[in-house]
Design a protein around this ligand. Structure first.
Ligand SMILES: [Zn+2]
Length: 62
């Protein structure tokens, strides 16, 4: 389940696993699917499209 979040006058879609936010729901869903299939690692291809980064990253640091 992707979470919709309002930031200022923008809406971003958050991956529920890693917490990164995307400007479209489809990409956020792609990220979430990837995160669920590959716990602890994000797809570089997907995460480079992120427009929002959580203050407290959910991903463990390497
Ligand atoms: Zn993710």
């Amino acid at each position: 389940m992707v979470t919709e979040k309002k930031i200022g006058d923008k809406t971003v879609f958050l991956c529920d696993v890693c917490g990164l936010g995307y400007s479209d729901e489809k990409t956020a869903q792609d990220c979430e699917d990837y995160c669920k299939a590959h716990p602890g690692s994000c797809s570089v291809e997907i995460s480079q499209k992120a427009v929002y980064f959580p203050d407290t990253p959910v991903l463990p640091k390497k």
